[in-house]
Design a protein around this ligand. Structure first.
Ligand SMILES: C[S@@+](CC[C@H](N)C(=O)[O-])C[C@H]1O[C@@H](n2cnc3c(N)ncnc32)[C@H](O)[C@@H]1O
Length: 191
């Protein structure tokens, strides 16, 4: 199997905006993504934009036995790579904006959504469609956790992401991880 960093880099060269990064996230950022969510009683969790699985393996390790884990990845090469790497995860190759299709088929709503999508790099229409779908499928009290790169925080799209989150979530917390290329901050929201 090809190395995760190599396949990620090739994806960046082919689809720079969609991939949104030159390398997979670090294990420090993966831990920070999980730090504020208790998954010990969850029955259903979703990850958007898993890429090569930097967050996926940490989420998987935190799940109780029998929990469902769905990951939606748009890039077919990355989806195939992740299916081979972590066959326990249901990896769907589709646009995260179509999230409702997959939650409708599940008996319970998700208790948490983790997002690795490059939200500030996507078009504003696509970003809104994804955030609307996320807000629709998450019941009150459930969580949405995402990250952004520190350098993007003050760009117009980066600021727009925060305004769009504030319209949809009632509580929003932030923490920065410097050990990532580039440094990033986690945004943890409660519906
Ligand atoms: C910045 S990478 C993050 C990958 C991984 N979560 C990590 O942190 O290493 C963004 C990922 O989102 C995927 N992606 C971008 N737009 C998407 C969309 N609309 N629906 C699903 N996946 C998408 C990309 O193909 C890529 O794998």
């Amino acid at each position: 199997m090809e190395h995760a960093t190599t396949i990620f880099w090739k994806s960046f060269v082919k689809h720079p905006r969609q991939t949104g990064a030159i390398a997979p996230s670090s294990r420090y950022l993966a831990r920070a993504m999980l730090a504020q969510t208790d998954l010990s009683h969850t029955t259903f969790v979703i990850e958007l934009g898993p890429g090569t699985g930097a967050f996926t393996e940490v989420i998987l390790a935190a799940l109780p036995p029998g929990a469902s884990f769905l990951a939606i990845e748009r890039n077919p090469e990355l989806a195939t790579f992740l299916r081979r790497r972590l066959p326990q995860v249901q990896v769907i190759c589709d646009n995260a904006a179509h999230l409702r299709r997959y939650t409708a088929a599940h008996p319970t709503p998700p208790t948490a959504i983790f997002c690795g999508l490059p939200l500030s790099w996507l078009s504003s229409d696509e970003r809104r469609a994804i955030l609307d779908a996320v807000a629709d499928v998450l019941p009150p009290g459930s969580t949405f956790t995402m990250f952004q790169y520190v350098h993007a925080a003050w760009t117009p799209p980066g600021r727009q992401v925060h305004r769009e989150l504030a319209c949809r979530f009632r509580r929003i917390g932030r923490s920065t991880t410097w050990w990532n290329l580039p440094p990033a901050y986690v945004v943890h929201c409660v519906r």
